[in-house]
Design a protein around this ligand. Structure first.
Ligand code: FE2
Length: 476
């Protein structure tokens, strides 16, 4: 192909093959964008694609390679024609590749869980390349990441969570230095980075036919054996937890300044079906983040129990969680409306068993910035109980308090409540040194530790391997 022929081919092509929206008109560099990684790592061998014809100028090696692999119509073909994931990133960020449909994965393939026969060459290529990229971002060896993964984490998940931990720590230090609240953008950065657990336990929020939701709990939780402890991600990624907690505590309006919480449910991209969160103590704060439309919270503030099917629509209010930070009673019926786009939500709440916490865990949570409730905390200090209007159960005894049944605050101005002042580099260094450190021991909350915490003198069985312990532990 001559230079003239090449130039002729380019006429009108930029309009037909635009850059992805998230590039905002700027072509990529070798440091690829997070969005690009998210897209490429979800491709499969059968994902149909089209290449912009003759996009690379003649006279270079990349032109010859491009002419070869751009004939591909699937990701599997382009790999066979000699292009690799790093080429896909480069070309995608320039608008040279269009994805024409599915299949596309909901999340990157965890190759360690795949059956060999189902893992394709494309899966292996993406897996190997992505692990190396993540290790590069972390400045760590793949072998370290792999060795320190555990608690149900694949190497990818471990690497992404380590990145979230690193970035959260940097955000906290920047906010300390500036004397300001954590911004919505910083929070969103961490939520987007965080790979969510496919949580099969929260059945009450699942839509019919679903068997899991993307949901993690940070802070305190009671596991299925009845043990009350900090969840594993809380201990392994403490600054992610600290940042999420601080986003709220720095914003609390004065009338709810005394709000306490032990735990945070962090949710990604699911519309919770109609449910009650039985066992929550006192009110919860809730806020949604991300680029989405819809997804309002439907809430029955006077619901005091009974069959969910009997709920009346006139007892329902609608909360816009994108605009507002809202205080509600999770024990009253609520549901999330359908939405389009990418939606994250955080629910700050107190577990019913909060008084049973170990002293060590309480101290750790307080160091992470949780305003922990006292054992005799009044659950109705900020919000009265439901009145059971509309025939929904019996009204509890304190049903006629002066507090409202819910509260809502415009979120965009709440950062003004932040009381921090700017800190010197020396002060920031001291705060950083004093932060809760990430833990990586496979032994915390293992079967033996659990027995000892519960007052047994001896380990349960002598051969409780780390693997068995992981299988036994439910920390979400
Ligand atoms: Fe809920």
């Amino acid at each position: 192909m001559t230079r003239e022929e090449f130039l002729k081919c380019q006429e009108g092509m930029d309009a037909q093959w635009p850059l992805p929206d998230y590039m905002q008109g700027v072509k990529g560099h070798t440091q690829y964008r997070d969005e690009t990684y998210q897209i490429i790592t979800r491709w499969t061998a059968d994902t149909p694609i089209a290449y912009r014809p003759h996009a690379k100028s003649p006279g270079s090696k990349s032109h010859l390679r491009y002419e070869q692999y751009s004939k591909a119509t699937t990701v599997g073909e382009t790999l066979n024609f000699g292009s690799y994931p790093q080429d896909w990133c480069w070309d995608y960020e320039r608008g040279f590749i269009k994805v024409l449909g599915g299949p596309i994965r909901e999340e990157p393939l965890d190759i360690s869980k795949g059956e060999d026969s189902q893992v394709t060459d494309v899966d292996r290529a993406i897996n190997t390349w992505y692990q190396r990229e993540l290790a590069k971002m972390l400045g760590m060896k793949v072998s370290y990441i792999s060795a320190s993964a555990g608690w149900g984490e694949s190497v990818h998940i471990r690497a992404l969570r380590l990145l979230a931990q690193k970035e959260a720590k940097e955000c906290l230090e920047a906010a300390d230095a500036d004397g300001r609240a954590i911004t919505d953008n910083e929070l969103l950065l961490i939520l987007k980075r965080w790979p969510f657990f496919r949580n099969p336990w929260r059945k009450n929020v699942m839509q019919p036919g679903k068997t899991w939701v993307f949901s993690d709990t940070l802070g305190l939780l009671r596991d299925r054996q009845g043990d009350v402890h900090l969840t594993a991600p809380t201990r392994r990624y403490p600054q992610v937890t600290e940042l999420l907690a601080r986003w709220l505590t720095d914003r609390l309006p004065k009338e709810v300044k005394s709000f306490k919480f032990t735990s945070m449910n962090v949710n990604c991209n699911y519309a919770a079906s109609l449910h009650r969160d039985n066992g929550n103590f006192g009110p919860s704060f809730i806020k949604a983040f991300g680029d989405f439309s819809g997804g309002h919270l439907q809430y029955w503030p006077e619901d005091a129990g009974g069959d969910l099917k009997d709920l009346q629509s006139d007892g329902r209010i609608t909360m816009d969680l994108q605009k507002n930070l809202s205080l509600f009673n999770g024990n009253c019926a609520h549901a999330v409306e359908d939405f389009n786009g990418s939606r994250y939500s955080i629910v700050y709440f107190t577990v019913g068993c909060h008084a049973a916490i170990e002293q060590e865990d309480r101290e750790k949570l307080q160091r992470l910035g949780f305003p922990y409730p006292s054992a005799d905390e009044d659950p109705f200090e900020l919000m009265r109980p439901p009145r059971g209007k509309g025939g929904m159960g019996e009204a509890p005894a304190k049903a006629h308090g002066s507090c409202p049944a819910y509260r809502t605050f415009e979120a965009s101005i709440l950062h003004e409540n932040c009381q921090r002042r700017p800190k010197s580099a020396e002060e920031v260094r001291k705060i950083t040194e004093g932060r809760v450190q990430p833990e990586n021991a496979r032994s915390f909350y293992a079967t033996d530790q659990r027995r000892i915490r519960k007052g047994y003198d001896t380990p349960a069985v002598s051969e409780s391997s780390a693997k068995d312990d992981e299988a036994n532990i439910e920390f979400y």
